[in-house]
Design a protein around this ligand. Structure first.
Ligand SMILES: *[C@@H]1O[C@H](CO)[C@@H](O)[C@H](O)[C@H]1NC(C)=O
Ligand SMILES: *[C@@H]1O[C@H](CO)[C@@H](O)[C@H](O)[C@H]1NC(C)=O
Ligand SMILES: *[C@@H]1O[C@H](CO)[C@@H](O)[C@H](O)[C@H]1NC(C)=O
Ligand SMILES: *[C@@H]1O[C@H](CO)[C@@H](O)[C@H](O)[C@H]1NC(C)=O
Length: 183
């Protein structure tokens, strides 16, 4: 029972990944600038929201060439190694910002680790791990047509948010199917 459930779940995840990569194929923007935490910005999360930044990271896909914008007050951003991230220890920081608005360019694939320079903030969840993937599909080959994507996609909703909604919908439908199957 559990193994079939697990493989069904695996299928859903595969399906989701396929959808997400299809979305990627549209290559709406070559390079993105992500505002870390969206409207929440870069600050110590509340005690019941300690997963804020890991949730934010899983909602986004990062590619080489994208950048992260950290916006904060009376705080800091340090780029650290994996050890520093898990221990909230800044002794091995490679980059440090405290100017309130810091842009960090994701210049290679692989993981990047950021923490707040205030140890208590980091321990309460103000730390970010992003996994950076290879170049955006669109930046690997020259665009076939010179028309900016926005002009022929308008006035519909942004393709990325539209697909996100449908992926989320699909996922909840599949998950409720699973629940119906179990009960
Ligand atoms: C956070 O937890 C406290 C107590 O556990 C609760 O009173 C409060 O409503 C929670 N806040 C949110 C945003 O969930
Ligand atoms: C800035 O942060 C420090 C240390 O966390 C704190 O002592 C100070 O009161 C803060 N200042 C403001 C204006 O929030
Ligand atoms: C960070 O790690 C270094 C090296 O292990 C250690 O000396 C230092 O005390 C640590 N700092 C904090 C704030 O834990
Ligand atoms: C910090 O970096 C140095 C050199 O890369 C390494 O030898 C040391 O173990 C690191 N310390 C921590 C606490 O990660």
């Amino acid at each position: 029972m559990w193994s079939s459930l697990l493989s069904f779940h695996g299928t859903c995840v595969l399906l989701l990944l396929t959808l997400v990569s299809m979305n990627d194929g549209f290559g709406v923007e070559a390079v993105k600038d992500f505002k870390v935490g969206d409207d929440f910005g870069w600050q110590e999360p509340g005690h019941n929201n300690t997963a804020t930044y890991s949730q934010w990271a899983t909602r986004n896909r990062f590619h080489v060439g994208d950048s992260l914008s950290f916006e904060y007050k009376n705080d800091s951003v340090l780029e650290v190694d994996k050890w520093g991230y898990y221990h909230c220890n800044s002794s091995n920081a490679t980059v440090a910002f405290n100017n309130g608005k810091s842009v960090f360019k994701l210049d290679r694939p692989g993981p990047f680790y950021f923490i707040s320079g205030t140890p208590d903030h980091c321990k309460n969840g103000q730390r970010l791990l992003v996994e950076v993937m290879g170049l955006h599909p669109i930046s690997q080959s020259p665009p076939a047509i010179a028309v900016p994507p926005d002009s022929y996609l308008a006035p519909g909703p942004l393709p990325s948010s539209g697909s996100l909604v449908s992926v989320t919908l699909l996922y909840s439908v599949l998950m409720s199917l699973i629940i119906v199957t179990i009960t």
